[in-house]
Write a protein that binds this ligand. Sequence first.
Ligand SMILES: *Cc1c(COP(=O)(O)O)cnc(C)c1O
Length: 258
Amino acid sequence: MDGETTRQRYESVCKRIDDARARAGRENEPVHLVAVTKYAAMDQVRELIELGHVDFGEGRVQHFLKIAPQVQEYLDRRQVIGEGGEVTQARWHFIGHLQRNKARKLLSQVRLIHSVDSLRLAEEIQAGSENAESPVEVLVQINPSDDRGRHGIAPAAVRHLIEQIETMITIRVRGLMAMAPKVDDPEDARPVFQRVQELFQEIRRSGVGGEHFDILSMGMSNDFEVAIECGANIVRVGSAIFGDTEVAESTAAEKAGA
Ligand SMILES: *Cc1c(COP(=O)(O)O)cnc(C)c1O
């Protein structure tokens, strides 16, 4: 990606998404791109907003609490000087592992939490959202390959967890999130994505998640095209858009347990 601008990389990702949808015969189904900001500088995020992009994802609470207000401030300023155009907001997706004691800080600011993987975390979200006007929308993160280094609930346990969360009034399960194991050839991720898609459809057919169970979030920079071919309707892409010069300070803070 040497020499390419953020804009060029973003447009190339959008085109590859459209091509993958076409290959899969899914031209009429939207696939949402969540731009993952963990490697992004603020001016890159601004550039995407100027291009009309709305959905952003962050996986670290610390970085989220820093960047989300900066983005909001930028949007407010743009409105004031009349450059707002159509876009007046950013929609934030929380995609990382969420510790229970940090969940409440995020609730009012995120549109969708992709990473609910335990009953206890769901209970914490429920407790923190009792006064919310509308339910908190979440995905259940599964660990499709039972990879011990990864977060997420085992596929065999997912249905039961959804049943339990469905009894909670202030949370709504919208679907599943999964990550494939890191592989060099994205084709090697296909069987994993296919398994997740089967599970997703099985749950939909069973009616456990209700009408609103319709989101399948899978696919990252390395494998989003394969994920789309396997039915993903949200992909989470970071480095293919922003490059991979990580924002060093927030990583250091996270490592220090912030
Ligand atoms: C970092 C991250 C992404 C984006 O990863 P890239 O490989 O940079 O596209 C997507 N999903 C989750 C959960 C992540 O942590």
